[in-house]
Design a protein around this ligand. Structure first.
Ligand SMILES: Nc1ncnc2c1ncn2[C@@H]1O[C@H](COP(=O)(O)OP(=O)(O)OP(=O)(O)O)[C@@H](O)[C@H]1O
Ligand SMILES: [Mg+2]
Length: 374
């Protein structure tokens, strides 16, 4: 038999995206339906290349066509992706109109692993095929130059339409810039608020970022002037909070979440990332030691009604690779690299949900359906 396009469309209306809770046809995720004798092919366009539901959605499409049209059809699905732009970006005159989603990585407490998570997650996201940028906005202690083995290097500058622009470095598949490339970190320590904010703004206005699906911003510890400058200057799509399972870190993470939810700020909190969740000795990879306590992250996530996006173990090679300028996510086939890929998938999944359903400030409505309540 040769099915009609209408039959295929009707069949695919039965496939529901479990995150976005609408059918794939109404979400505009089906393109290019071509039918022939006993064959049909179409494109499934996902909202992110890091979609963890890729295989499930593809299989659901095939099953639906076979069930509702003809079980003997040869169904071919080509999976691709088009990252959605955060709805806020088109509303205002965005500073970075070519950047689809700006994601902040923040914490309450220092030293919990913001930079480690930002760097490795950015690289993992790029590996899925996304266009990714990374900004080190830690004006008081930039660590990204060292993590990329770019200490003491200066990015290239060029003139565009009479204005001097800076080219970001490109390494491990991502574009990156650190405030550390422009200032002496020892002097930056004594900067006062307005000076720091102005220097920071130049990382958006003066750097030639080009088109990006995701721009990840690594922030200083706490919630201070830098965070306020970021949320006031940029259309921030969401923030992910990093914590360890230790009580002092959790208490500070709670404060940070409340700050991002406060009136006048209202940045979607995409979820909590628990770092240093347990120690895994290299020679006994099956053993887990909960050095900083167990389940702290999941309890806080449940209390704040946000998803726990991932748990990253304490692994010596994470630390060593960061110091050596070759982040672990850039290395193939190790268990830690996989946990950063999963983290990247969960984060972008939450972002797609926010982008699809809600105004960025509609926190309560989001909580009714977000995965964290399951
Ligand atoms: N999961 C991990 N396993 C082992 N070492 C880790 C892990 N996460 C981070 N580290 C190490 O802990 C130290 C602090 O991490 P990192 O610099 O990423 O934290 P931070 O939150 O960015 O700190 P700051 O608040 O100073 O910016 C670094 O030496 C890093 O290599
Ligand atoms: Mg840091």
């Amino acid at each position: 038999m040769r099915p009609t396009t209408e039959q295929i469309v009707n069949a695919l209306k039965n496939v529901i995206d479990p995150d976005l809770q609408k059918n794939l046809v109404s979400l505009g995720m089906i393109e290019n339906i071509v039918t022939g004798d006993n064959t049909v092919s179409f494109k499934l366009v996902l909202t992110t290349p890091a979609c963890p539901l890729r295989e499930k959605l593809k299989n659901d499409c095939i099953e639906a066509v076979k069930k509702y049209v003809d079980s003997s059809l040869d169904v071919r699905v080509e999976v691709s992706s088009k990252v959605k732009t955060n709805p806020q970006v088109s509303d205002k005159t965005a500073i970075l109109p070519q950047v689809k989603n700006i994601i902040l990585i923040a914490s309450g407490k220092g030293g919990v692993g913001k930079s480690t998570v930002s760097v490795n997650m950015a690289i993992s996201l790029a590996k899925t095929g996304a266009k990714v940028g990374l900004i080190d906005a830690d004006i008081y202690g930039p660590s990204i130059p060292m993590m990329f083995n770019l200490s003491n290097q200066k990015p290239e500058a060029f003139e565009k339409d009479g204005v001097v622009k800076v080219l970001p470095f490109e390494k491990f598949g991502i574009k990156l810039i650190s405030i550390g490339f422009f200032v002496d970190p020892e002097k930056a320590l004594i900067w006062r608020g307005p000076m720091a904010s102005n220097a920071l703004k130049q990382l958006f206005t003066d750097v030639e970022w080009g088109e990006l699906d995701y721009l990840i911003i690594d922030t200083p510890p706490g919630t201070g002037d830098i965070h306020l400058t970021l949320v006031q200057t940029l259309d921030v799509a969401g923030v992910a909070i990093v914590t360890t399972p230790q009580n002092v870190a959790l208490a500070d993470a709670r404060k940070a979440i409340n700050m991002f939810r406060a009136d006048g700020i209202k940045v979607p909190v995409l979820g909590l990332i628990e770092n240093m969740s347990y120690f895994v000795p290299a020679e006994l990879p099956e053993n887990k030691y909960y050095i900083f306590g167990k389940d702290g992250g999941s309890k806080l996530a449940a209390e704040m009604k946000i998803p726990l996006l991932g748990q990253i173990p304490i692994v010596q090679s994470i630390c060593e690779s960061g110091d050596a300028g070759e982040p672990i996510a850039a290395m193939e086939n190790n268990i830690v690299e996989k946990s950063f890929v999963m983290l990247a998938e969960k984060l972008t999944q939450q972002l797609s949900i926010w982008n699809a359903f809600y105004e960025a400030t509609d926190v309560e409505k989001h909580e009714e359906t977000c995965n964290c309540k399951k």
